[in-house]
Design a binder for this molecule. Structure first.
Ligand SMILES: Cc1cc2nc3c(=O)[nH]c(=O)nc-3n(C[C@H](O)[C@H](O)[C@H](O)COP(=O)(O)O)c2cc1C
Length: 376
């Protein structure tokens, strides 16, 4: 951590001409500002069919009306057994495409960008949630749980033991990400984020503490990142050239001998060569029972390091809750955009409030025209 703090001091010299409310270009897409909603699983596909519901419509469209530049829809499973919980949304069939479409249209109608995070949960799948019970535990088979899979038969904490994937099955998962991306395009999404963070399947492959394979998908960093690289290539081959591709990655697992910043920078450099336009930098979630020094901006120095060393645009996330705090991160060039997570759960209009607080004229704030008369 001292390394990170030391290097971040240097980065404070980096200037950025952008501010929180200036547009950002990613390939052929312009995002109206630098305040984005990160993916947050709502575990609310209550019919357990992976289809988003009217709840999801309200949840996402209200934040889009509240002025967020990009709305990144929650971890969306590429296969039923890739769900975190039985109530996760998905894009593994065409019915789900139809269910997403009106939500995507609703988000886009406000001027926000609709993005989706594609996920396979691997050994952290089949877990409970408020709609299912078994919160913080594996869901038993008789209650709708399933056999989880992973690079190696190593359980996450007290979760059920996963089964190691065969090479053919790994190829099948690459195809599932590719098909889900094609469905995301069909649903109208304008950007795709690959979930390679927080200890879900791709992250399990990256981290030597969860990947003990001796074949081409394990061993050195090139082997451990092979799954992610193949997924990037596969998705790039089915989405339009002008559509941005994002990767969310944990920059450290906060555990000795595991995943760290240097490997993250290597991965960021590599995926950039494979068509990735932005890295969404988070941390943790891979190894249980670690101590994370959670405080405002605690993940920002990691984002800055990835931005500077890999030369790729980044978003920062994690306890960014105040307008001035967010504005500083962008103005200093510590990140290209910020993501506001839990603060957006309690305040869908966070960006509009921030605009008022920062003195942005109403005409330049992301108001819906119908709401200007009620402006802050
Ligand atoms: C309820 C909830 C669900 C989350 N689900 C996801 C998810 O689906 N995918 C993901 O990458 N991160 C997920 N996260 C992490 C958030 O995207 C974000 O990184 C984290 O909350 C830190 O940002 P914050 O301090 O602004 O909330 C979730 C967080 C919360 C609170």
């Amino acid at each position: 951590m001292s390394d990170i703090e030391g290097k971040s001091k240097k980065s404070k010299k980096t200037k950025n001409t952008a501010n929180l409310f200036s547009p950002m270009n990613l390939r052929g897409l312009t995002v109206r500002n630098r305040i984005w909603m990160p993916p947050m699983d709502t575990y609310s596909a209550t019919a357990r069919d992976g289809k988003p519901t009217p709840f999801h419509y309200q949840h996402y469209v209200s934040r889009a009306m509240g002025g967020f530049g990009m709305i990144i829809a929650e971890a969306t499973a590429v296969a039923p057994e890739g769900r975190i919980s039985p109530c996760d949304v998905g894009l593994w069939n065409d019915d789900q495409v139809e269910a997403w479409r009106w939500i995507v249209d609703g988000v886009k109608a406000t001027g926000a960008v609709a993005a989706v995070q594609l996920n396979h949960a691997g050994r952290k799948g089949s877990t409970g949630c408020f709609g299912v019970g078994f919160s913080g535990d594996s869901v038993p088979f008789e209650d709708g749980g399933w056999q989880t899979v992973a690079p190696s038969p190593i359980a996450y904490g007290h979760y059920a033991m996963p089964r190691a994937l065969t090479v053919d099955e790994i190829h099948g998962i690459v195809a599932q990400f590719c098909d889900a991306a094609a469905r995301a395009v069909a649903a109208g999404f304008q950007a795709i984020e690959i979930h390679a963070a927080h200890g879900y399947l791709i992250s399990q492959f990256l981290d030597p503490l969860s990947n003990e394979r001796t074949d081409e998908y394990g061993g050195d960093l090139a082997g451990r990142m092979r799954l992610l690289v193949e997924i990037c290539d596969a998705i790039r081959s089915v989405i339009p050239d002008d559509m941005p591709l994002l990767v969310r990655i944990s920059a450290t697992d906060w555990a000795a001998g595991g995943w760290d910043l240097d490997q993250t920078v290597d991965v960021a450099r590599t995926v950039k060569e494979h068509g990735v336009d932005l890295v969404d930098v988070s941390t943790g979630g891979i190894v249980p029972n670690v101590t994370i020094p959670v405080k405002p901006n605690y993940q920002v120095p990691f984002a800055t390091q990835v931005r500077e060393r890999a030369g790729v645009p980044v978003t920062a996330v994690g306890l960014i809750t105040k307008p001035k705090q967010a504005a500083k991160i962008v103005a200093k060039g510590e990140a290209d955009a910020v993501e506001i997570g839990r603060a957006a759960l309690r305040d869908p209009f966070w960006p509009l409030r921030a605009a008022a607080k920062l003195g942005v004229p109403v005409a330049e704030a992301p108001y819906q025209p119908q709401y200007v008369r009620g402006a802050y």
